[in-house]
Structures are given as C-alpha cells and as structure tokens.
Design a protein around this ligand. Structure first.
Ligand SMILES: [Zn+2]
Length: 482
C-alpha cells in the first residue's frame, strides 16, 4: 500500500510595522484538488491527499480570528484524513499572527498534535522566511527558494515533494540543523543575481551534493516582521547524522557572516529628491524609480503620496506614478469623468503613520470601471487604484493602453524590480522613502527582535560552534537568536 501524505499549508508574509491587519477577505483558500492545481505534478509512489491551502499577499499581521478559522479547518480536515504517514506543507515562513506571534510555529505544532510524532513532515518556505527553532524541531525536512526575485517557486515545491516522497517510501528520517545568524537584511540587499548572494547561493547545489547532505537553504528572512525569530538563517538537512547537518549549517552561516558587510543594493540608492533628479536627467528615459519605503510586495500599504509630493515640488514632467492605492480618490475621479478637473486628497489614508493625504488639482485622463483612474497633476500622470496594487503597473497600464516607453520615469511601489518591470526598465533607481518597508532598518521601531543584531548593533557576533548535540535529538540549533 502506498504511504498517505496530506498536502496543505498557510502562507503569509506579515509586515509588523503596518497598522493594518490581514483579514478573511485577503485570503484565497484552496480546498481539495484545487490545492494541487497550480503546482507541478507530485511524484508517484505516494497517495497525496490535498486538503487546504490558504494564502494572502504580503500585508499587516494576520488577524487572530482569521488565522484560527483557517488553521482549525485545516486541522479538522487533517483529523478526518487520518491515518497519514506524512504531511507536505507549503508555507512562507514570515507569518505573524496578532496576539499569537509566529504563525508557522503554532500551525506546525498543532499539525504534529494531529498526525503524531512519527509522521514525516516536509515543508517548502520562501527565501524571506524567519525560521524559528521550534518550526525546525517539529518538521523533518524544510527547503526554501534560492532565488530573489523568486523565479523558483515551482522548483522548490517539486524539491520538497521529492524529499517527502523519498522519506515516505524509504523510511529515511533526516536530521535538520538550523543556525540563526545575529543579522537582518532588507530583501533588497540580497538579490541573488548580485554579489555576494550570487556566489553564496551559487554554492547551494554544491552543498546539496556533499556527502550526507540532502538539502540546504539560506534564508534571508523578512526584516519587516518584528519577531524574536527575525534573522538570516542557515538550514541544512542530512540523511546521515545531526553532526553532518550541523557542520554544514555552521559553515554556511560563517561564510554569510564573514561577508555580511558586502550585502547591498543592486541599483543606485538615493534620497527621494536626488533620486528624482537622477531619473529626470537619465539619458533616453525609461527609468524605473522604486518607492522603496512603501512596497506592497513586502506588506506596505502602497498609498503614500510622498514621491508624488517630491515630484510636484521638483516641477517634474513626463513621469508616471504607476500605481497608488486610494479607493476614495479613484471613485471621485471616476465619478467626475474623463476630461473633468477635480480636487483630490491623494493617498495617506491607510498608512497614516508615515504620510498624510496630498491635496492636488487633477484632470481625469482615463478610467476603468470604478477600479482605476488615471489623472494628471501638473506634468505627472498618476494611476489610482481602488484596491490593492502589486509592484508592477503593467497590467493596469496595458489595460488602459498606455505606453510606458513614452515616460522619462515610472515610479513603482517596490524595492528590487521583478517580472515585467525588470525586463522593461532602461534604468533602475531606488528612492529611500519612509514607510513600513523602509530600507533603513535603523529607522524602524523594532520591539521583538533579538539584540544585538547586525547591522543595528556593532556588538553583534556569530557565536562559536558549540558541542555536538545528543544523537537522539532530531534537530540541532545554534546561534545567537533562538
Ligand atoms: Zn520572498
């Protein structure tokens, strides 16, 4: 009889600095076969039992009731699916639940409570996961993305599934070792096509091929989740012994720690004023100007009008603000109609910590249903959206038949460019704007981070490797941030 393995999970990247909450309406829940619909086929030899997967885009902490409702449904389904030999989890790793803390730690502990200590629990994580030692203790094998921007989600999921299938069909019990580095990085400092991330991640497959190693991950963490587990982590899984896993995890951690000062941006990073000046004088135009502090791709609101204010102050023209979330202004512009002049109080309604609405006289250029409006304010064109915006404006811009190449500069609410923006830009400049995804971590009001931590505290240091763990211990964990 084939071993039975449940497939499930909850995925969220939570920004703790946001005052907003991720609620029920933000989550997309897939149930049954739909759980597998967006993934590559799972390996043969195992009876896969898809149950439930819930995911929401990066935003504020998850509302407790929302999390509990999804979790409890998942646990009920798991209970009903017993007996199970294993569980294959799709997680993010940076989910923070209001009043509860680390969501993945809670979820996996409760899953263990249903399936028992003997079931094999495998999971896939985002590269920006903040891994807790308890999460590692309650799982048998975790593997994470190896590329930022993330172009390897499917490959990571396939690898996790292969690990699960191998363990379930052979009875292999792997050993995991986690080393928490006393170090945080904005994701923007670790684009994997840039040094030092490129060469460190370039060695991961080599590490996987080392004697006794099954899998290895370097997790950059999510610096905008303020949790005791927020840090860079090295995680190695061995089929041989805890000592092997631990030795390789410590080596990887040491390599990263030794190169910690080399991590940095792939693009020019400037204060907003000079960033705009540089974009406006860029030969040939087509520059993408990242509004890095208000990046919805890392949980910010995407509604701060700070860059727009700077652009108007600079008398900029030929600039497109490719997406700003503001339901009220969008509806007002739509109601006014194309060609109308109207006064708007743009943005600053969701993130009221870092900004305030910006009063402007605007002309309505285009609208789409009651969801989108394009307005011009002086020489600046602004795409207003009633709902959440992604980092890229291409879908909106394509819908509206606008020509991106016609602009000297396009302001996008993101950090590093990905997808369409990355392909299309003729230059990339990052503006150091304030917000819930501020790249200057020292400006953020951390309360839960383990200190000292690099780069906030110069006294941070990587603890020397300790004595080997007892052989019976499934997980070994070292480091300054347990
Ligand atoms: Zn990520």
């Amino acid at each position: 009889m084939r071993p039975r393995c449940a497939v499930c999970g909850i995925g969220h990247e939570s920004n703790s600095f946001s005052t907003l909450r991720t609620g029920e309406s933000e989550f997309r829940i897939r149930r049954g076969d739909e759980v597998l619909s967006a993934s590559p086929p799972l390996p043969d030899g195992v009876e896969w039992v898809p149950l439930l997967h819930g995911s929401a885009g990066p935003y504020g902490q998850v509302d407790l009731g929302t999390y509990e409702a999804i979790r409890d449904e998942l646990l009920d389904l798991l209970q009903a699916a017993l007996p199970l030999d294993g569980v294959l989890l799709r997680l993010h790793g940076a989910m923070e639940v209001e009043g509860l803390g680390d969501g993945e730690t809670d979820l996996v502990r409760r899953i263990r409570g249903v399936v028992g200590e003997d079931a094999h629990v495998t999971g896939s994580l985002d590269l920006h996961a903040n891994v807790s030692p308890k999460l590692v203790a309650d799982t048998d094998c975790l593997t994470a993305y190896r590329k930022a921007p993330h172009t390897d989600a499917a490959a990571t999921w396939a690898r996790a599934a292969q690990h699960a299938a191998r363990a379930l069909t052979t009875g292999l019990r792997p050993h995991q070792a986690l080393v928490k580095l006393p170090m945080i990085l904005p994701g923007e400092w670790a684009v994997t096509s840039c040094e030092p991330a490129r060469s460190i991640y370039g060695r991961i497959e080599e590490l996987d091929a080392a004697d006794g190693v099954l899998d290895s991950s370097l997790l950059i963490g999510c610096a905008w989740t303020d949790s005791p587990h927020t840090s860079v982590s090295a995680l190695v899984v061995s089929g041989d012994s805890p000592d092997t896993a631990r030795m390789y995890a410590e080596n990887l951690a040491t390599e990263v720690w030794d190169r910690r000062r080399e991590f940095g941006p792939e693009s020019e990073v400037l204060e907003p004023g000079p960033a705009i000046e540089a974009a406006l004088s860029h030969p040939g135009g087509g520059v993408f100007l990242s509004d890095t502090g208000d990046n919805p791709g890392a949980g910010a609101a995407g509604d701060l009008p700070i860059m727009l204010g700077h652009l108007l102050e600079a008398g900029a023209s030929g600039v497109l603000v490719g997406g700003l979330r503001d339901e009220e202004s969008t509806r007002r512009a739509v109601a006014a109609g194309v060609g109308a002049r109207t006064t708007l109080e743009i943005g600053g309604k969701l993130d009221t910590v870092n900004g305030a609405p910006l009063g402007v006289d605007a002309t309505v250029e285009a609208t789409m249903e009651d969801r989108l409006a394009v307005v011009s304010v002086g020489g600046v064109t602004v795409v207003l959206s009633a709902g959440r915006i992604g980092s890229g404006c291409h879908e909106i811009v394509d819908h509206l038949g606008m020509d991106l190449d016609a602009y000297q500069a396009v302001v996008v609410k993101c950090g590093y460019l990905y997808g369409y923006a990355r392909e299309r830009c003729r230059g990339s400049i990052w503006a150091l704007t304030p917000g819930w995804t501020d790249l200057r971590l020292e400006r953020l009001p951390y309360q839960h981070l383990r200190r000292p931590i690099f780069p906030l505290d110069e006294s941070a240091s990587l603890p020397r490797p300790g004595p080997p763990p007892p052989a019976s211990n499934r997980v070994s964990s070292t480091g300054g941030s347990r």
